[in-house]
Design a protein around this ligand. Sequence first.
Ligand code: CTP
Ligand code: CA
Length: 230
Amino acid sequence: LQASPGQRPAEGLEIVITAGPTREAIDPVRYLTNHSSGKMGYALAAAAQALGATVTLISGPVRLATPPGVARVDVDSAEQMLDAAERAAMTADIFIAAAAVADYRPATAAEQKIKKGSEDELVLRLIKNPDVVATIAAGENAPFTVGFAAETEALEHHALDKLERKRLMMIVANQVGGGLGFDRDDNAATLYWREPEEQIRSERFDAQPKSALAEKLIMRIVAHYRSATS
Ligand code: CTP
Ligand code: CA
């Protein structure tokens, strides 16, 4: 599974990766977000580039340097991420959604800074964001689409549910919470996919630096893409 030096199994492939959190505006100075560091998505982009792919990284706001040779598109909100993803997916062979997209956004972003009123309570109404990866997977001539599932419980159950519901080719599942997952340098994961004969298959990757895990995941995803399209 390890790539030998100089090996370029992803040569000739265009891979689009989403990474990081999204920011959903409440008013001009405030937003909703989450703890995603973007590290896994950036590690995937670096690995895909090193293995020979042409890589577009659609990134929410993170504090990370762009991996060498990677084209980065910066976005803030989920809607902007969808926009950039739809554009990039048109020519992509593989789409990997590692971003932690905010599920909801404020129903309206106030045009002016919200003032602290005399009320002791402020109610924020939220509406659902578009599902970026599901939209890409459902598109015409959709790329080979891979999602992530970060779960605090019932990992396999939720991951398989997302694999089906979002019509993904593969899903990378990882346990979060209790010091695992978000904003860490190490990660463990299980990759799930459905074989042509319908049964679910999986491969487990033990805890390791995100860079090492990313290389293995890209090798596997590219191998599955090649066998699915050959
Ligand atoms: N995802 C996405 N757009 C969204 C929400 C999620 O593209 N609006 C993608 C993520 O990038 C990830 C996958 O969907 O690849 C699963 O994300 P997750 O948050 O685990 O799934 P949800 O469907 O949002 O379910 P929940 O948060 O309730 O577990
Ligand atoms: Ca979610």
